[in-house]
Design a protein around this ligand. Structure first.
Ligand code: F6P
Length: 342
């Protein structure tokens, strides 16, 4: 078979590890041929390709980002987009696609599968918000980066008796905030799943200062105050209808400074969380998902997404994978609350 591989959506540590595993096993064990499509769905849409063989995947295991490039292109938003993809796949002699992406990229894969394209999906996102898989690669790396940042910020918070607000990514799911906050010993963690009362947060902050210990507040970019609108940099939507989040950290620091009288600063970790080399956990997970994906392709098990359930790598219908967002359950948040303000 000739198999096309693409990576879509936000880049994520571990993408290259998947590509490597797919190609290495696909060539060595099954004798398949590969072609890389550039920049997510823009590749098959515009016929943008690059060679993808054993030589191209040598040395990429520890590398962040994606050697194929990425984009948030949505072919279903482009008139004639799906037909164009089918034509380009036929012209390139591509029998099947391995699509590596999050909710949006895999949502497109689901619809294309329903329209007859032979596709297998691999889940990726630092947000860890896909319902059919216990973990997505990239999440562990993002959490470790955020944890290290929090560890470092503790020293400045202590030395200067400041509140430090750390804004982390995660879109509408609070997994990164919850795990990084717990691992980093945050004083308060604020998630999109539960609106927060800014006066209560100020109370936690004051209590922490009373213990002669400066507070770190971890806030997810999608967290919202009780009675306010979500704080956004702008109202622009991407091709999948998502708003660009960010700004809550700055707003919160101003509120906390005004309410407590103590200096408060904000650190927005932003894309640092998605950058650089993947952790060992993410490399192993990405590799195992890639190996299972090429097995699925080889067996013609189309319309499936590979997933981690427990410690096993399994296959689930693509449609199931994107049906609902996996958010933080209330009991997980309550578990963390014991540390707030103390
Ligand atoms: O989905 C991954 C993610 O990093 C989110 O956490 C974040 O909201 C979004 O992507 C940012 O997207 P972009 O890099 O396109 O601004």
């Amino acid at each position: 078979m000739r198999i096309g591989v693409l990576t879509g959506g936000g880049d994520c540590p571990g993408l290259n590890a998947v590509i490597r595993a797919v190609v290495r096993k696909g060539v060595a064990t099954y004798g398949h041929d590969f072609i890389g499509f550039r920049d997510g769905w823009r590749g098959p849409l515009e016929g943008l390709t690059k060679p993808l063989g054993i030589a191209e995947v040598r040395g990429i295991l520890p590398r962040g980002g994606t050697i194929l490039g990425s984009s948030r292109t949505n072919p279903f938003k482009i008139s004639g987009g799906v037909e164009q993809i089918k034509t380009n796949l036929a012209e390139q002699g591509v029998d099947a696609l391995v699509a590596i992406g999050g909710e949006d990229t895999l949502g497109v894969a689901t619809k294309l599968h329903e329209l007859g394209v032979q596709v297998v999906g691999v889940p990726k996102t630092i947000d860890n918000d896909l319902s059919a898989t216990d973990y997505t690669f990239g999440f562990d790396t993002a959490v470790n980066i955020a944890m290290e940042a929090i560890d470092r910020l503790h020293t400045t918070a202590e030395s200067h008796h400041r509140t430090l607000v750390v804004e982390v990514m995660g879109r509408h799911a609070g997994w990164i905030a919850l795990h990084a906050g717990l691992a980093g010993g945050a004083n308060v963690i604020l998630l999109p799943e539960r609106q927060f009362d800014v006066d209560q947060v100020a109370g936690y902050v004051e209590k922490r200062f009373q213990h002669q210990y400066a507070p770190i507040v971890v806030v997810a970019e999608g967290a919202q105050p009780l009675d306010g609108q979500m704080v956004l940099h702008n109202q622009e939507l991407d091709a999948f209808g998502h708003v660009r989040l960010g700004g809550i950290g700055q707003w919160l620091a101003q509120q906390l400074e005004a309410k407590t009288g103590k200096e408060a600063r904000t650190v927005v970790l932003g894309h640092i969380q998605r950058g650089g080399t993947p952790t060992a956990f993410d490399r192993v997970l990405a590799t195992r998902l890639g190996l299972q994906a090429i097995d699925a392709v080889n067996e013609g098990d189309w319309g499936k997404m590979v997933a981690m359930q427990g410690t096993d790598i399994v296959r689930v219908p693509l449609a199931e994978a994107t049906r609902e967002l996996k958010t933080v359950p209330l009991e997980r948040y309550t578990e963390a609350e014991v540390f707030f303000g103390s």
